[in-house]
Design a binder for this molecule. Structure first.
Ligand code: DO4
Ligand code: MG
Length: 279
């Protein structure tokens, strides 16, 4: 069962059909405590519509905050240690990889998010920028994982590497995050074999491709959620990006015009083009 947010309102994809959902207020809709039952009731012939998931699809977010976990894959631990060598930050990344408490940081709000097909940004003052393709959880106000989407945690590696205290600037700026194309509603965890893939094309030529599997995620999604909800309330629910296991080689940096395609098979594909400077 997939839920899309579109310019014409929410659309449910279910058992091969597409259905309009009468509750158009996204926050109210995804706050239904039995969301899957609520949506199943909408999947009737009277609500059936033609639907092209390739157009008019918006980021599946209302007033939810977006948080992110870091250094949850060994590949990310290695990359962070390497990029912060000159800043003496390496030890912290190894420690957080091994510690019971995960790294969790605030990543953004809807106003900073790019939806499918919208531009994502690299900072004007960054020299080394990458996408971070991440399985992203949608969690309801009770702390229950209710669905999954694809996230791109756009990051400025030179700023983050210069000093770990610059992390918020490396991570949180206008269009530093992409989400979409839909919410895959599932009460079951995704299988460990689930593959996250990325392809980056420049002027049509493949510049980088990589993949990882959820098996490489050091912590369970629920463990990350439990830490996020410690002494924190999310009345409209919250998104949590689970960290990246794909890091391009150090010689690679994104450039304006690059096309980023992230896939997670049961969810779909999230595509964005890179801009730098004002839109
Ligand atoms: O510590 C820096 C953040 C790392 C991150 O965003 C990731 O591992 O995905
Ligand atoms: Mg990340």
């Amino acid at each position: 069962m997939k839920l899309y947010r579109t310019s014409a309102g929410p659309v449910l994809e279910y058992l091969g059909g597409a259905y309009r959902v009468t509750e158009e207020r996204w926050d109210v809709l995804i706050s239904q405590l039995d969301l899957q039952d609520y949506l199943r009731a909408a999947a009737v012939d009277a609500n059936r519509i033609p639907f092209d998931a390739g157009s008019n699809v918006l980021a599946p977010i209302g007033s939810q905050e977006i948080w992110a976990a870091g250094v949850t894959y060994y590949r990310s631990r290695d990359a962070r240690i390497a990029e912060s060598k000159g800043a003496g930050g390496g030890d912290f990344y190894d420690r957080v990889y091994c510690a019971p408490r995960p790294e969790l940081f605030f990543k953004g709000t809807a106003s900073r998010v790019a939806g499918p097909g919208e531009p994502v940004r690299i900072r004007s003052d960054a020299r080394w920028s990458v996408p971070e393709p991440e399985l992203t959880l949608l969690i309801d106000r009770r702390g229950k994982i209710i669905g999954y989407t694809i996230g791109n945690d756009m990051s400025s590696r030179d700023i983050e590497g210069e000093n770990p205290l610059y992390l918020p600037q490396a991570k949180l700026y206008d269009r530093s995050c992409a989400l979409g194309p839909c919410i895959l509603l599932s009460e079951e965890p995704l299988p460990a074999a689930t593959v996250i893939g990325v392809e980056i094309r420049r002027a049509g030529t493949l510049e980088f491709s990589g993949s990882t599997a959820l098996a490489g995620l050091k912590r369970s999604p629920q463990e990350l959620v439990d830490y996020l909800f410690r002494d924190n309330l999310f009345p409209a629910g919250v998104f949590l990006m689970t960290g990246t296991g794909i890091v391009p080689p150090d010689s690679f940096t994104l450039a304006p015009g690059d096309h980023i395609r992230i896939s997670i098979e049961p969810i779909g594909v999230l595509e964005n083009t890179v801009v730098q400077g004002l839109l």
